[in-house]
Write a protein that binds this ligand. Structure first.
Ligand SMILES: [Zn+2]
Length: 551
């Protein structure tokens, strides 16, 4: 009897537990259905909602903004856009609060006379430059030409007729400041470019990353004779350029990159840079500008420069072979610059900022992120400078609206999905993301145990593998090949809408061909390894090709 009572009590508890679990299950089901219905019928995308939650800001953040003028750097030493692209780009910049563009033509300028060989074969024409002037004027954008006058002259010094002007005979980047033909060459370049922009009020003379100064015999002799250091030699050259510009174009404001001035001692700074009459553009593209540049730089500069310009980056500064933009990096770069300006605005005046967008690291290197791929980053950075509140995913929604994108957070990078935008050049952005995903898939395959265990150099050399594993990855290989061919086709078309065929070819050769070759080689190896159904006894011996057997 006692046993029976126990059994009944146990059954009661058991029944209640079953009922309780069933109730919980029904509640969970209702909850799941509600969430599903919300996503299905609302405009929100899964990506948006997954991403926005963890980054929502809980307390209001103080609005800090950059009040100076904003300029965008167009680096034409790689991928010069068709002139028709400026018809879209310039109104976009104007509407985003940009006051002008800093154009670095390098070899895309149509040089004339003795300099005509400097121009690339696909350089702009003079009527193209006139069109750029008209479009800039229509959109109230000031043009500042940037002409390198010391380092980064690879595009000139690589040529036979100018190689005697190299500071170091084997390196074509720096010009010798002591060679008698150097100044006439540089002043002629400046004259042709300034004259092509009759309304320009400013000129940037570059002069950054000048790593080899005072190396040649003539420079060494001069340094001894004049009792000057390499810094002295450097600044004397800069002053010669300045004096020429002052004489010929007295109203032009002159700018230069500041990095070579950073190493000057305090005494040198005071002696050499006082009354230099050139505005330095202080550049830094990393995520911690504040600490990288440090307080001593600002205190030193404030003694000789009442006002400076600064330069951030929106693309082309995180890796020589990047084809998609690390948007978070550039957002952080701009936030860090705002910190600097906020902290040192009482010491000196920050008149303007140049948002640089590098297209190659130098004349010889490959293309990095293309302009349409960098536009989301550029617009987000401009919003940050306008004082958008701090938010780790940046002002993506505002920019998505401007660029007509359906999935705002996709603008932060491929990890957040495809942004699905509709702006001129958006197909380039879309296909760059596709290529990134394909590269990731291919790298995952390369890391798989099949590839590491059965498709190694050893397996291929001895034609010896277990076909079972290859049959498993064959569909994946076919998919990769189809995808790379499709991206090649779609990207070629997309590139030709914005660029000429040379740029299209260079991009495809750089970023698609190597991957395509690797995938197709793997397919060939697969066919070779699967072309046998009996295998030799170990130890394996190299198979002698049939032609060699006969001889
Ligand atoms: Zn020299």
């Amino acid at each position: 009897m006692k046993r029976h009572i126990h059994f009944v009590a146990y059954r009661k508890v058991y029944n209640w537990t079953i009922k309780y679990v069933a109730l919980l299950f029904i509640c969970a089901l209702i909850g799941f259905c509600s969430v599903y219905i919300y996503f299905f019928y609302s405009d929100a995308t899964i990506g948006e909602n997954i991403v926005v939650e963890p980054f929502q800001i809980s307390k209001p953040v103080e609005k800090v903004q950059f009040t100076g003028k904003k300029f965008v750097h167009l680096d034409l030493k790689g991928a010069p856009p068709k002139i028709s692209y400026y018809e879209y780009l310039f109104p976009l910049l104007f509407n985003s609060g940009v006051g002008g563009v800093v154009i670095e033509y390098e070899d895309t300028f149509p040089f004339e006379g003795n300099l005509s060989n400097i121009s690339a074969l696909n350089a702009y024409t003079r009527s193209d430059i006139d069109m750029i002037n008209i479009l800039a004027d229509t959109n109230k954008l000031e043009i500042i030409p940037l002409v390198q006058t010391f380092g980064h002259l690879e595009f000139v010094l690589k040529l036979e007729e100018f190689k005697e002007l190299r500071e170091v005979p084997i390196y074509p980047q720096e010009i010798c400041p002591s060679h008698e033909k150097s100044l006439p060459l540089l002043t002629e370049m400046l004259t042709q470019i300034i004259d092509a922009h009759p309304f320009t009020e400013k000129i940037h003379i570059g002069a950054d990353e000048t790593h080899h100064v005072g190396r040649c015999k003539e420079c060494t002799r001069r340094m001894k004779l004049e009792h000057i250091t390499t810094d002295g030699l450097y600044i004397k050259h800069v002053k010669k350029i300045r004096d020429f510009l002052r004489r010929k174009y007295p109203l032009l404001k002159i700018f230069m990159w500041d990095d070579q001035l950073r190493n000057f001692s305090e005494e040198e700074t005071l002696n050499e840079l006082d009354k230099l009459d050139i505005i330095p553009v202080v550049w830094q593209y990393n995520t911690d500008v504040f600490n990288t540049l440090g307080p001593s730089l600002w205190s030193q500069y404030s003694k000789v420069f009442p006002n400076v310009w600064i330069a951030s980056a929106f693309k082309g500064a995180t890796g020589v072979d990047q084809y998609i933009v690390d948007v978070s990096h550039y957002n952080q770069n701009h936030r860090s610059w705002l910190d600097v300006v906020e902290n040192y605005k009482f010491l000196m005046k920050f008149d303007a900022i140049i948002l640089t967008g590098w297209q190659r690291y130098d004349h010889f290197s490959i293309l990095c992120e293309l302009l349409p791929v960098g536009l989301p980053s550029l617009l987000m950075n401009l919003k940050i400078l306008e004082g958008e509140l701090d938010n780790r995913v940046g002002p993506t929604k505002e920019v998505a609206h401007i660029l007509h994108c359906r999935q705002p957070y996709g603008l932060m990078g491929p990890a957040f999905g495809s942004p699905r935008c509709k702006f001129p050049g958006s197909d380039i952005l879309e296909n760059a993301y596709r290529l990134h995903r394909l590269n990731e898939d291919y790298n995952e395959l390369k890391r798989s145990s099949v590839m590491r265990g059965w498709v190694t150099n050893y397996n291929i050399l001895y034609n010896f593998t277990n076909p079972y594993h290859f049959y498993n990855i064959a569909p994946q290989l076919n998919h990769l090949e189809n995808e790379v061919l499709e991206i090649e086709n779609d990207m070629s078309k997309a590139l030709l809408n914005v660029y000429d065929e040379y740029t299209k070819d260079e991009w495809i050769l750089t970023y698609i061909n190597p991957l395509k070759k690797e995938i197709q080689e793997l397919i060939r190896v697969k066919d070779q390894l699967l072309d046998r159904d009996v295998w030799p006894r170990r130890p394996l011996k190299l198979e002698v090709p049939k032609e060699q057997q006969r001889t």
